[in-house]
Design a protein around this ligand. Structure first.
Ligand code: BG6
Length: 464
């Protein structure tokens, strides 16, 4: 019977702006997420108080976390990934003092997890930053933001060093290339040079946070977080294969800097070929030398790359704008389902970095039907997660060091791309809908007991 390592971390993953709600409560400032009510690809809508849309109360985790954590504990979670909303701690980003009420909230949250023996895995910045830093400083385009981020990171490391030992810097740091407003927060129409300069500032900030974590939480571990956007060549034509190498490097480069401590040669050539001259100081180079302890990533799908322009123009538009794979089925949202791709990706990342890996997001967004008796038979979700976990286990047998698996959205939450509640990932159903109606009541789906058994048997119940 194949099982996972005894120390394996099992759980789920969330992000503050997708679950907490309470978007202006207890002194919280407006974040970039609060001014994007339609999600990360939507327009900025800024009113005096922002217009958080469905995220105004999201699933009300801010007030209901004890009940939710009890349900996670019932499933046997020994790990929960959450993020800290930077704006609860520094509402404007440049405030002289941190907001005590915001700090106190996360104290209570981590204490509640501890009561249930759930290890927190905490993301410092999950697709949000103080909106005031964007308005007053220009977001990550401005070097000063590095200092504000470092101060925020040091503040939370000091405050929670006794409670949180596992940290992540920026969620899907490579998404900045596809949704700049979400990552580096630059105005639409910014040049490639401006985007890469802002990315550089974020990479330096990430490295400074790693250094601060090592100083303040010496027994802790801190990782990066990549969108694992594995691409295949659409054909074996050498042109397709080479273009695929370049496409994969376009996201791997973030990991290369964070794991190896310097820009790889292929990126220096890319900058040169494209007339991009980055402002990289000696202090930046020194900072980048501090590398992460482990590599975490999200995995939902793979895509194909072709050098043929005609085929490229037919590409279906999804997050990464890749060409569909004719051999794979898709989710209702057009995300192509590829469990074996997870094994490939784990091996690719292990071969490349030789650092422990952590799957911190994976799951199926789907519309769920509540039956007359209240039950939700989400066999499609069970099958998706089963097949991905089987491949993760295979990768461990291949020699990959895998720390854990936190499925995305263990409880239904607001989707990032379009701020929908109808795109559900949870083992726990939340009665709230896209139009804001619903009681917010929680109920268990069929997958709840399935995941509970997977954890209880440490993976032995999975069906290969
Ligand atoms: C990842 C993000 O990109 O994918 C999450 O880190 C996000 O924040 C998840 O929710 C799934 O995407 P979506 O758009 O279905 O919510």
């Amino acid at each position: 019977m194949k099982t996972f390592p005894q120390t394996f971390l099992w759980g789920g993953a969330t992000a503050a702006n997708q679950v907490e709600g309470a978007y202006l409560e207890d002194g919280k400032g407006l974040s970039t997420s609060d001014v994007q009510p339609q999600g990360i690809f939507g327009e900025v809508v800024e009113r005096v108080t922002g217009d958080s849309g469905i995220k105004d109360i999201a699933i009300d985790f801010y007030h209901r976390y004890p009940q939710d954590i009890a349900l996670f504990a019932e499933m046997g979670f020994n790990c929960l990934r959450v993020s800290i909303a930077w704006t609860r701690i520094f509402p404007n980003g440049d405030d002289a003092q941190p907001n005590e009420a915001g700090l106190a909230f996360y104290d209570k949250l981590f204490d509640e997890m501890a009561r249930h023996n759930i290890t927190p895995l905490v993301t410092l910045s999950h697709y949000e930053m103080p909106w005031a830093l964007v308005k007053n400083y220009g977001g990550w385009g401005n070097r000063k933001v590095i200092d504000f981020f470092e101060r925020y990171a040091r503040t939370v490391f000091e405050r929670y060093k006794g409670k949180v030992k596992l940290w992540l810097t920026f969620n899907e740091i490579n998404m900045s290339l596809h949704a700049p407003l979400t990552g580096v927060v630059l105005p639409a129409g910014s040049s490639k040079g401006e985007i890469y300069q802002a990315i550089h500032h974020q990479l330096v900030a990430s490295a400074l946070a790693v250094k601060a974590c090592h100083e303040i939480v010496p027994e802790g571990k801190i990782g990066n977080m990549l969108l694992g956007g594995l691409m295949y060549p659409l054909s074996c034509k050498p042109e397709d294969v080479f273009k695929t190498l370049q496409e994969n490097r376009s996201w791997q480069f973030f990991g290369d800097v964070q794991c190896r401590g310097a820009y790889p040669g292929y990126m220096l050539r890319y900058f040169c070929d494209n007339g991009i001259a980055l402002d990289i100081t000696d202090a930046d180079r020194e900072a980048l030398r501090t590398t992460v302890d482990f590599v975490s990533f999200s995995y939902y799908m793979t895509g194909c790359v072709t050098a043929d322009d005609a085929l490229n123009n037919q590409a279906r538009g999804n997050i990464l704008n890749m060409v569909p794979n004719p051999h794979l089925a898709s989710s209702e949202w057009g995300w192509q389902i590829d469990p074996l791709g997870l094994r490939t990706l784990l091996n690719v990342l292990w071969d490349r970095y030789q650092k422990p890996l952590f799957i911190v997001e994976n799951g199926l967004g789907a519309k769920d039907k509540v039956e007359a008796d209240g039950s939700i038979n989400d066999d499609y979700r069970i099958s998706y997660l089963n097949d991905h976990l089987v491949q993760a286990r295979e990768a461990i047998e291949d020699g990959v060091e895998l720390m854990g698996f936190t499925s995305w959205g263990p409880i239904d939450l607001v989707s990032a791309s379009k701020a929908e509640l109808s795109k559900r990932y949870g083992f726990i159903y939340v009665d709230r809908h896209d139009d804001g109606t619903g009681t917010l009541a929680r109920s268990k789906k069929k997958s709840f007991d399935w995941y509970k058994e997977v954890i209880a048997t440490n993976g032995a119940s999975l069906k290969a």
